[in-house]
Design a protein around this ligand. Structure first.
Ligand code: 4NP
Length: 164
C-alpha cells in the first residue's frame, strides 16, 4: 500500500500485533480471503503491522503460513512496524491483544488518531473483550486455535462493515 490516504470509497483496516509475523498476518490474510469470497475486493484496503520492530522485512512465521494454507488462505505480507501516519491513514486499526492496544493508543497520543481503534475479539461473539493470545512460543495447536478465533472475528467484522 502506498503512503497516500486510501481511496475514500474504500474502508481501510490495519491489523496489528507485536511482531507482525503470526497473528496480524493471519488476520490480514483471512480478512482478504473473506473479502475476495464476498466479491468485495474493491471496497477494502487491508494491511498489517507490528508494534515491535524485531521482525521487520520478514515473511510470516512458517507455523502461521502452514495453518493458513491448510485452510486455503495465502499469507503474502512482509513485517513492518506501525507508524503514527498509519493512525491517520486507516479507518480501523485492529489490535490482537490489550498490550498492542495500549501501545497503539500511546502512539496516537501526540496527534490523536483518525482511526477507530478496537480489539479484534470485540467481534468474536460471546468472547468480546478477550484477546488473541500470542502463539509464538507455543506449539502448532496454538496456531489452529488462533486461526479459528481470528477467522470468526474477521467474518463478523466484515459482516458488520457490509451492513454499515
Ligand atoms: P505476533 O507473534 O505478535 O503474533 O507476530 C510474535 C512474534 C514474535 C515475537 C513475539 C510475538 N517475538 O518476541 O519475537
Amino acid at each position: 500500500m502506498d503512503t497516500n490516504k486510501p481511496d475514500s470509497n474504500q474502508t481501510s483496516l490495519l491489523f496489528v500485533c507485536l511482531g507482525n509475523i503470526c497473528r496480524s498476518p493471519l488476520a490480514e490474510g483471512i480478512f482478504l480471503h473473506l473479502v475476495k469470497e464476498a466479491g468485495l475486493t474493491d471496497r477494502f484496503e487491508i494491511d498489517s503491522a507490528g508494534t515491535g520492530a524485531w521482525h521487520v522485512g520478514e515473511s510470516p512465521d512458517a507455523r502461521a503460513a502452514m495453518v493458513a494454507s491448510r485452510h486455503g488462505v495465502e499469507l503474502g505480507s512482509r513485517a513492518r512496524q506501525i507508524t503514527q501516519e498509519d493512525l491517520h491513514r486507516f479507518d480501523y486499526v485492529i489490535a490482537m491483544d490489550r498490550e498492542n492496544l495500549r501501545n497503539i493508543e500511546r502512539l496516537a497520543e501526540p496527534n490523536g488518531s483518525g482511526a477507530k481503534i478496537h480489539l479484534l475479539r470485540e467481534y468474536d461473539d460471546g468472547s468480546e473483550g478477550d484477546e488473541v493470545p500470542d502463539p509464538y512460543y507455543g506449539g502448532a495447536s496454538g496456531f489452529e486455535t488462533v486461526y479459528e478465533m481470528v477467522h470468526r472475528s474477521c467474518q463478523n467484522l466484515l459482516d458488520r462493515l457490509k451492513a454499515a
